[in-house]
Design a protein around this ligand. Structure first.
Ligand SMILES: NC(=O)c1ccc[n+]([C@@H]2O[C@H](COP(=O)([O-])OP(=O)(O)OC[C@H]3O[C@@H](n4cnc5c(N)ncnc54)[C@H](OP(=O)(O)O)[C@@H]3O)[C@@H](O)[C@H]2O)c1
Length: 341
């Protein structure tokens, strides 16, 4: 499997680290022999149709800041679109920054990959939140796969759990803590009785929150995940504009204390039942969904199996890259099965 990797930050580099460690087993156990033939960052591209030396790529990125600095195979300033169009490969992995205004540059990368017959694995939520129904159609039209397990739950297999383990049952509602940063802030406020601003500063100090934390605290990041789950698991045709979103800026220590007296707490819950929404919500402290710190948790309410909750770390480089590898294996499995039938 020849892979074109667009974006070589935390996720892209973690993927190359995992492939270095796991490739002998993926070949032996699953028949997957992944070969990265191109990597693109903001400095340009590095391309080798025989497969890049991943140890060298990691060292080069650290020492020179861009993989395009490779003397033999580097192409400074070469654009991602030119690489996707001109380099032969089976899969494009998209790991550029999330943009929920217009989905770019990821949206164009994904569309171009489809048009050139490449399967796509993305960790970038932006294009999916804005255009998942259209992208699914485009993938079908071009007879390629679109996979995105790393966009919800990091390495925790939230999407697969619902789609594969609960297949046959009907999922009627989903409720989840889908963002580790806001969960850390609310946990701090509840346990240490500190105001929102102080808890946010603590999250920033620990590297859990960005300098501009609005994607998390205004609920946009969990809303993107609500869209992805609604489409993938419940066959709804939602995009981000359909989600009613409220963040956590208005949650006070007083409200948390009041909830606590009833044995409850306040969590930022993304839910899909009648309509998709994200809002601070009072839940019982003994509810399995009520996880603390940066953990994520999702409860699926299904017609026959009842309520099932999956809990895990919702982000992280190696965690999310492990989801990318899972998607690559899934694509490999589907292609192999198709060949047999
Ligand atoms: N980190 C996580 O835990 C996590 C978890 C789940 C999902 N995600 C999602 O995965 C994606 C990647 O996250 P990350 O943490 O790896 O981000 P990151 O560390 O900021 O890396 C982004 C990469 O994209 C490259 N890039 C930016 N603009 C580009 C452009 N126009 N053309 C080509 N390359 C471009 C950057 O190039 P330079 O290296 O030259 O700057 C960098 O290599 C994001 O959408 C994020 O939301 C991340």
């Amino acid at each position: 499997m020849r892979i074109i990797l667009i974006g070589y930050g935390v996720i892209g580099q973690s993927l190359t680290k995992i492939l270095l460690r796991r490739s002998p087993e993926t070949v032996k156990d699953y028949g997957l022999n992944p070969k990265i033939v191109a990597i693109v960052d903001r400095g340009g591209a590095v391309i080798n149709s025989k497969g890049l030396n991943l140890e060298k790529m990691l060292a080069l990125k650290t020492s020179k800041g861009t993989v395009a600095a490779d003397r033999e195979f580097g192409h400074p300033q070469m654009s991602p679109l030119a690489v996707i169009e001109s380099v032969e490969g089976e899969v494009m992995v998209e790991a550029t920054p999330t943009n929920v205004k217009n989905g770019e540059p990821g949206l164009s990368h994904i569309k171009t990959a489809f048009k050139t017959g490449k399967h796509v694995v993305t960790t970038n939520k932006g294009p999916l939140a804005l255009a998942l129904p259209a992208l699914t159609e485009l993938a079908d039209y071009n007879k390629v796969y679109l996979r995105f397990s790393g966009t919800v739950g990091g390495g925790t297999p939230v999407l697969e759990f619902a789609k594969k383990c609960l297949s046959g049952d009907k999922i009627v509602a989903i409720h989840g803590i889908l963002n580790g940063t806001t969960n850390y802030i609310l946990t701090e406020m509840d346990e240490k009785h500190v105001p929102f601003k102080q808890a946010l500063e603590s999250a920033q100090k620990l590297g859990y929150a960005e300098t501009d934390p609005s994607m998390d605290i205004d609920g946009i990041d969990p809303a993107c995940k609500v869209v992805i789950m609604a489409n993938w698991i419940m066959n709804k045709k939602f995009t981000l504009k359909d989600v009613n979103v409220q963040g956590i800026r208005g949650v006070t220590p007083q409200a948390l204390e009041k909830a606590s007296k009833k044995g409850n707490t306040i969590k930022l819950i993304g839910s899909i039942d009648d309509s998709p929404k994200v809002a601070p919500t009072e839940i019982a402290k003994h509810d399995p969904l009520c996880v603390s710190g940066v953990l994520n948790a999702v409860t699926f309410v299904s017609e026959f199996a009842g309520e099932e909750t999956i809990i895990g770390r919702g982000a992280g480089g190696m965690e999310t890259a492990s989801a990318v590898l899972r998607d690559l294996l899934d694509i490999r499995h589907n292609l192999a099965t198709k060949l047999l039938t």
